[in-house]
Design a protein around this ligand. Structure first.
Ligand code: PLP
Length: 389
């Protein structure tokens, strides 16, 4: 058989799916596993949103739509996303996609040529490295610093950016750390992006999940940045719609037109009834989101209190998303070894920091998008394991 291409040979599974499969295999053998590995809200999709999707199916909204999305939906997104960030966005700048992941992949394919360098956060969402490699680009990981609330090490950032850099990937609030990039850092990054004429791909999928009354800024708010930024957002986390597959990109119009062509040939369009559900999500009551955010804040605080009570384990208070990223370096084992032993010996599924890049060595990722009971049971089991170590 002919070998596969360099586009697919470097691809690896996402740690979360791999550990979930491992946990399920143990469960099939009768073991009880506490799940703190999968970054998926435990809330059901709000009823008004599901009903809108069902009503759309009943009304026959089951056909192709324009590849970039139903015009009315693009207009609703332009208005909503613009208000959220204090920006004026034209519906022609909005491209609807099947989840946010195509919003990461397609702009990378459109912007990164073979040999172009792409800066991205380490530890970071595994799709970043995958999409850079598939595009033929050169991944240039930039470390996040725990002491800076997991924002970039700006000295390394400055040393890494050059005329070879085509794209900078940002993720704030971030997966796996929950860190929010401070506005001064965004201004610094924007200055460098303008100086080196780079694009920015700003993954803002957790932008509504910010705690303690804070908010996360978009780099696109900074002067002259909207014209070189792709904002990526979606419905999976904010409206608990992971399985509906709904997201969008906001880009300059000329790029949006290219992305529409990529969608035309790659996926055709996003499911019509899913888009109708999305319209209801953005135009209906936002009480669900507010309730979910305050519940996540309560869970974050409880998980943090329990984790930080474990001797030798220390977690920063994350300002966003639904992850904590405790430092376990004092135990002298690799993250992978600890994560593997936690699932085998304590029955708790967590991810190794290194599932998100080499910069995650010495950390674990724990999800608090689970009930308070699951948080307490999981962290208590972890604590017992660490004590017996
Ligand atoms: C940082 C980040 N970006 C993008 C995604 C993809 O989300 P979607 O379900 O919208 O494709 C995720 C999902 O976990 C994520 O954590």
């Amino acid at each position: 058989m002919q070998p596969f291409t360099d586009r697919v040979t470097p691809l690896r599974p996402e740690g979360a799916y791999a550990v979930l499969a491992q946990a399920q295999a143990l469960e099939a053998q009768g073991r009880k596993i506490v799940h703190l590995e999968i970054g998926q809200p435990d809330f059901p999709t709000p009823a008004n949103v599901s009903e809108a999707g069902i009503a759309a199916i009943r009304l026959g909204k089951t056909k192709y739509t324009p590849p970039a999305g139903i015009p009315q939906f693009r207009a609703i997104i332009a208005d909503y996303a613009g208000r959220l960030r204090g920006l004026k966005i034209d519906p022609a700048q909005v491209v609807v996609s099947c989840g946010s992941k195509p919003g990461l992949f397609f702009p990378t394919l459109a912007l990164v040529a073979s040999g172009d360098e792409v800066l991205y956060p380490d530890p970071g969402f595994p799709t970043y490295e995958a999409m850079i490699r598939v595009a033929g680009g050169i991944p240039v990981p930039v470390p996040l610093r725990e002491e800076k609330q997991f924002s970039f090490d700006l000295d390394v950032f400055d040393a890494s950016i050059s005329e070879r850099t085509k794209l900078i990937v940002l993720n704030s609030p971030g997966n796996p750390t929950g860190g929010v990039i401070p506005f001064e850092d965004l201004e610094h990054i924007a200055g460098k992006a303008r100086q080196h004429n780079c694009w920015v791909l700003s993954d803002e999928i957790y932008t509504q999940l910010v705690y303690d009354g804070d908010s996360a800024h978009s780099i696109a708010e900074i002067d002259e940045m909207l014209e070189r930024t792709v904002i990526v957002d979606g419905f999976s986390k904010t409206y608990s719609m992971t399985g509906w597959r709904l997201g969008y990109m906001i880009t300059p119009v000329a790029l949006a037109e290219r992305l529409e062509l990529l969608i035309t040939h790659a996926t055709g369009c996003t499911a019509a009834f899913t888009q109708y559900a999305g319209m209801e999500a953005l135009t209906g009551s936002q009480d669900f989101v507010a309730g979910m955010v305050s519940e996540y804040q309560r869970r974050r605080d409880r998980m943090l209190e329990l984790v930080n009570a474990i001797p030798g384990v220390h977690a920063q208070k994350p300002q966003g998303a639904f992850y904590i990223f405790p430092n376990v370096k004092s135990y002298g084992l690799s993250s992978k070894e600890i994560a593997t032993r936690l699932i085998d010996e304590a029955g708790v599924a967590v991810l190794a920091g290194t599932d998100f890049g080499a910069g995650g060595e010495g950390y674990l990722r724990l999800v608090y998008a689970v009930s308070m009971e699951v948080i307490e049971e999981g962290v208590e089991k972890m604590a017992a394991w660490f004590k017996a170590f």
